[in-house]
Ligand binder design. Structure first.
Ligand code: DGJ
Length: 698
C-alpha cells in the first residue's frame, strides 16, 4: 500500500510518499501541483530505472536514508548503543498526525524499529505567512544510545542545478558565497567550532540553471542552530541528489534516550534567489524575533567600542554620549571594559561587577547622563567566557570547559555552561546588574571557539538566555561573536539583533551585509558608521559612503565622534535624519538583491511590505571596467504600475560626471516594466560611493 502526504504553501508543493510502511521519500518538491494530482501515481513515477551493475531495486532516498537498506550514500543517522555497537535501524510506519490544512499546520510521522527499540519522528510545519516549511527529526530509544549523526528530514536537490551556493567567512569577512559545481560524491560542511561561526553559516541556496536573484527556480535551506552544523550535499552514483542538515557530527557527547535536530527551514521559489531570501527575512521579522516593544521605532545606536576600547573614563564617555545624541543616537551601548579589572583583553571576564576604579559611583552617573540626552542604555557582556586571570577562575578553575592546558582564544576559556553552579552564578551576576541599573539592551558576545564541539553547551546557553529574558522581558539582546559569528535563527529566537561584523569598513560592510541578506532582514542587522580611518582595514572612506552603508541596515555609530569635522557632522546628521524618517517601513522591508550588470556595483532594492515604496542602494565598490555606468535593472515591482523615483543624494554627484541623464537633475515617473526590464543609468562616480534612489508607487 502506498501512503502519501502533501504539504502546500501558496506557491509550492512538497509530496511525501512510501510503500510497504517504509520511511517516505520526497517524491515532489517545487511549484504548486494541481489539487487533484494523483500522488500515488507520482510515487510510482518517481522510481528510477535499473540496468546492469545495479541492485535489483533502488534503495529509497527517504527522509532518513537507512544504511541497512543498501543505501548507496550517506545515511540519515549514525547510532551506537552504550557498548559501542553500531545500530542499523530499519524503520517501519507506526502512525501519523496530519493537521495540515490549506497552507498551514503540522504533519508528524512516527516510525519504529522494534529490533533496537528505536523510534524516528519527522515533523513538518508550514508557515502560511512566510511560506517556509520547517522540518525536524527526533530519535527516541528504549535504552540509552550514542548519537553520532541525525539529519533533519532529508530533501532531494534539483537535478537541473549546476551549482550550489553555501557560505564561508572569517573575522571581518562574514557571509562569503561559495559556488560549488554539483559533482559525483559529497560536498560536506562539518563545523567543528562549537558555535555557528564566521566560517560556516548554516545555509544553502540551490539555483536551477539560469536562475538569478530575480528569476528562476531556487531551493534554499537554513539550519537554525548555534552550536555548529553539518551539511551534506551528495550526488549518488545513480544521479539522485540529497541534502542533509543536522548538528555537527559527534557533537552529542552524552548517551541519552532522546535526541532531536534543530528546525531545518526550507524555501522554494520560482522568483529567483530573492524569493527564498524574502521568505527567510520575513520569517525572522514576523515569527522569530520577539521585540519587547514591537511598536517602538528601532533606535539609532551609539557603541563606544572603537572610540575608547578598554579606557573608560566617565567624563570622556559623557562627552561622547552628548555628541552621539546630538548626531541622532537614541541608544548608548557601553562596550567591553566596565567590569572587574578589565583594562585589556587578558583579564577579568566572568567578574561582571562594576569596576569601581573607573566608575566609583557605579554606572548610575553615566546612565543618568545618557538618559538626560534622550538615549536608552545598553551594556556588553560575554557571559560564556572566563579569563584564567580573574578572581572567579582563581576560586573555580573547575568551572572552565575543556582541558586545563587547552589553547586559549583571546586569552580566555569557556565556562562549562552545563554546570548548575555556573548557570546560577551567571544568572545572579547578570541579573544583579540588570536589577541595579536602567538597562534596556545587552550586547551578548562570544569571542572564541569551543575547545571541542558540545551540543549541551549551546543548549545550556539558550537556557540561560531564556531564563534572563523571562525575568527581564524589557531587555533587548544583540548576538555578537567577534562580529557575525552567531547569527542563526536559533540564537535569533532569543535575541533581537546581530552584530554582523567587526568590520566597520563601509566597503567590506557593504559586501558582508549584501551576503547576509540571503537570510537576514535589515531590522536585525546592525551596521555602524565607523571611524574615518577604519580600525580593522586601515582604509579611509568618505563620510557619505560610511553613513549610507550604515543606513542600509539597523543604523548606528561607532567612531569617536570627537574626530568628526563639521562637514562630517553635517552629513551624518542628514543621513541619520533620513533614516529616521524612513525607518518605520524600512525596518519591515524585504531586501531584494539586484542582478547588477556591472560587477563593481553591488545593489539592492528594499521593498516596503505593502509594496507602495522602495529604496535602491547601489554601492559602487570598485572602478568599472567600462567607462560609463550601465543601467541597473530593478526587481520586485509591478510591471503595470507607475513609480515616481528620485535620486536622494544628488549632491554627491561629482564634477567628473558630465552627462545629462534625467535623474541627475530631477525625479521621474516611470513604469515598473521600464525599471525592471531596462533599468536606470546611475551617474558616474568614484568607487566607494553609494547612490540612493527612492521610489513611490503612483
Ligand atoms: C568583539 C566584538 O565583536 C566587538 O564589537 C567588541 O564588543 C569586542 N568584542 C569587545 O571585546
Amino acid at each position: 500500500m502506498i501512503e502519501n502526504w502533501r504539504i502546500d504553501t501558496l506557491a509550492q508543493t512538497l509530496v511525501l510518499a512510501a510503500d510497504d510502511k517504509n520511511l517516505p521519500s520526497v517524491v515532489y518538491w517545487g511549484a504548486s501541483l494541481p489539487l487533484d494530482e494523483d500522488l500515488e501515481l507520482l510515487f510510482k513515477a518517481h522510481k528510477i530505472d535499473l540496468t546492469g551493475g545495479m541492485l535489483d531495486e533502488n534503495p529509497d532516498l527517504s527522509i532518513c536514508p537507512e544504511a541497512i537498506r543498501s543505501f548507496p550514500g550517506q545515511a540519515g543517522t549514525l547510532i551506537h548503543n552504550e557498548n559501542g555497537k553500531l545500530l542499523s535501524p530499519k524503520f517501519k510506519f507506526k502512525e501519523a498526525f496530519n493537521e495540515i490544512e490549506e497552507n498551514h499546520g503540522t504533519l508528524e510521522l512516527i516510525y519504529e524499529d522494534l529490533n533496537y527499540g528505536l523510534s524516528y519522528i519527522a515533523k513538518f510545519s508550514v508557515n502560511q505567512d512566510s511560506q517556509l516549511i520547517l522540518a525536524e527529526a527526533e530519535i527516541n530509544a528504549k535504552s540509552p544510545i550514542r548519537l553520532n549523526w541525525l539529519a533533519a528530514p532529508v530533501m532531494p536537490a534539483p537535478q537541473l542545478a549546476d551549482e550550489m551556493i553555501d557560505f564561508s567567512g572569517r573575522w571581518c569577512g562574514e557571509f562569503q558565497q561559495m559556488h560549488t559545481p554539483w559533482h559525483a560524491g559529497i560536498h560536506c560542511r562539518d563545523n567543528r567550532t562549537g558555535r555557528t561561526g564566521h566560517e560556516h553559516f548554516p545555509g544553502l541556496f540551490i539555483p536551477e540553471r539560469g536562475a538569478t536573484h530575480a528569476k528562476g527556480n531556487v531551493y534554499a535551506f537554513h539550519y537554525g542552530w548555534s552550536g555548529g552544523h553539518k551539511m551534506i550535499a551528495e550526488e549518488l552514483p545513480d544521479g539522485r541528489r540529497q541534502i542533509q542538515f543536522g548538528h555537527a557530527a559527534d557533537i552529542e557527547t552524552e548517551t541519552k534516550t532522546s535526541f532531536s535536530t534543530a528546525p531545518l527551514y526550507l524555501a522554494y521559489s520560482s522568483d529567483g534567489m530573492n524569493g527564498c531570501a524574502r521568505a527567510f527575512q520575513r520569517h525572522i521579522r514576523h515569527h522569530i524575533i520577539k521585540l519587547p516593544q514591537p511598536e517602538r521605532p528601532r533606535p539609532v545606536h551609539y557603541n563606544c567600542w572603537e572610540a575608547v576600547y578598554f579606557n573608560h573614563n566617565l567624563a570622556e564617555l559623557k562627552e561622547i554620549a552628548t555628541i552621539a545624541a546630538s548626531l541622532g543616537a537614541e541608544r548608548f551601548v557601553l562596550d567591553d571594559g566596565w567590569f572587574g579589572t578589565r583594562d585589556d583583553d587578558t583579564r577579568a571576564l566572568s567578574e561582571w561587577e562594576v569596576d569601581k576604579r573607573k566608575y566609583p559611583d557605579g554606572l548610575t552617573p553615566l546612565i543618568e547622563h545618557v538618559q538626560a540626552k534622550g538615549m536608552g542604555f545598553g551594556i556588553w557582556f560575554e557571559p560564556e567566557m572566563i579569563n584564567p586571570v580573574s578572581s572567579v577562575y582563581e576560586d573555580h578553575p573547575e568551572w572552565a570547559l575543556g582541558d586545563t592546558d587547552q589553547i586559549l582564544g583571546r586569552n580566555q576559556k569557556l565556562l562549562n555552561m552545563k554546570l548548575e553552579e555556573v548557570q546560577n552564578f551567571l544568572f545572579d551576576r547578570i541579573a544583579n546588574i540588570l536589577d541595579s541599573y536602567a538597562i534596556e539592551y545587552i550586547k551578548w558576545d562570544h569571542n572564541r571557539v569551543l575547545p571541542m564541539p558540545d551540543a549541551e553547551q549551546t543548549r545550556a546557553t539558550y537556557m540561560l538566555i531564556d531564563r534572563l529574558r523571562a525575568k527581564f522581558p524589557h531587555v533587548e539582546i544583540e548576538s555578537c561573536a567577534s562580529g557575525g559569528g552567531r547569527a542563526d535563527f536559533g540564537i535569533l529566537e532569543r535575541t533581537h539583533r546581530v552584530w554582523l561584523s567587526d568590520s566597520n569598513d563601509a566597503l567590506e560592510r557593504a559586501r558582508i551585509q549584501h551576503g547576509a541578506a540571503f537570510f537576514l532582514p535589515a531590522s536585525v542587522t546592525g551596521s555602524h558608521v565607523g571611524p574615518r580611518i577604519c580600525h580593522t582595514s586601515g582604509r579611509i572612506h568618505d563620510i557619505n559612503f560610511r553613513a549610507w552603508v550604515a543606513a542600509q541596515r539597523h543604523m548606528g555609530f561607532e567612531m569617536d565622534p570627537r574626530e568628526l569635522t563639521s562637514d562630517e557632522v553635517h552629513v551624518l546628521k542628514q543621513v541619520t535624519q533620513w533614516w529616521k524618517s524612513e525607518r518605520d517601513w524600512l525596518m519591515k522591508a524585504d531586501i531584494l538583491r539586484l542582478d547588477s550588470t556591472d560587477p563593481s556595483v553591488l545593489a539592492e532594492l528594499h521593498l516596503a511590505e505593502d509594496e507602495q515604496q522602495f529604496v535602491v542602494f547601489a554601492n559602487k565598490i570598485d572602478t568599472s571596467s567600462q567607462i560609463s555606468p550601465r543601467p541597473l535593472q530593478f526587481c520586485g515591482l509591478k510591471t503595470d504600475g507607475y513609480y515616481m523615483i528620485d535620486l536622494i543624494n544628488r549632491n554627491d554627484v561629482h564634477k567628473l560626471s558630465r552627462g545629462q541623464s534625467h535623474l541627475k537633475f530631477d525625479g521621474m515617473r516611470v513604469s515598473g516594466q521600464y525599471l525592471m526590464n531596462h533599468g536606470i543609468t546611475l551617474p558616474w562616480s568614484f568607487p566607494n560611493q553609494c547612490w540612493v534612489i527612492k521610489g513611490k508607487k503612483v
